[in-house]
Design a protein around this ligand. Structure first.
Ligand code: 5GP
Ligand code: ZN
Length: 137
């Protein structure tokens, strides 16, 4: 438990939330911002900074619940798609420094969630060198 961490406080029951799943390790609840109707967060109860620094077994448990939440959003809310997002570090938009996965139901390409991936392929990048740099060993 990290002092002043809002998600630790939610996991501990000190701050209320609209819970949709809970077991010993994982909690899922509605995001307060409701970017789209049913926007949910899945967190591990233990405090880790983000996806990149969380132990694998906990990442797997969180992703398992994120998958189930996405399936239910489609079945029960009539969502036509789902975005699964985990922001890592401030530069990627992370504002709560406790690992969480957003499960964002989508109701159409022009609903209130925007994820823009611009085609940058015109820039002359050395793709073989980049692939080599980030090759997993
Ligand atoms: P991030 O920006 O770190 O990827 O996502 C943090 C998310 O936590 C935001 O979407 C924000 O709306 C949500 N959030 C922040 N404080 C609270 C809270 O007290 N309760 C709930 N349910 N969500 C929160
Ligand atoms: Zn925390």
């Amino acid at each position: 438990m990290q002092k002043n961490c809002i998600f630790c406080q939610i996991a501990n029951g000190e701050i209320p939330c609209h819970k949709i799943f809970e077991d010993d390790d994982v909690l899922a609840f509605l995001d307060i911002s409701q970017v789209t109707k049913g926007h949910a967060l899945v967190i591990c109860k233990e405090h880790y900074e983000n996806f990149l620094s969380t132990p694998k077994d906990l990442v797997h448990k969180v992703m398992d619940i994120a998958q189930r939440v996405g399936q239910v959003q489609i079945q029960m809310l009539g969502a036509k798609g789902v975005n699964i997002v985990s922001n890592c570090y401030e530069n990627a938009g992370q504002s709560v420094m406790h690992f969480h996965v957003h499960v964002i139901p989508r109701y159409g390409k022009t609903d209130s969630f925007i994820l823009e991936m611009k085609d940058n392929s015109k820039e002359s990048l050395n793709l073989p060198a980049i692939a080599d740099q980030i090759k997993l060993k």
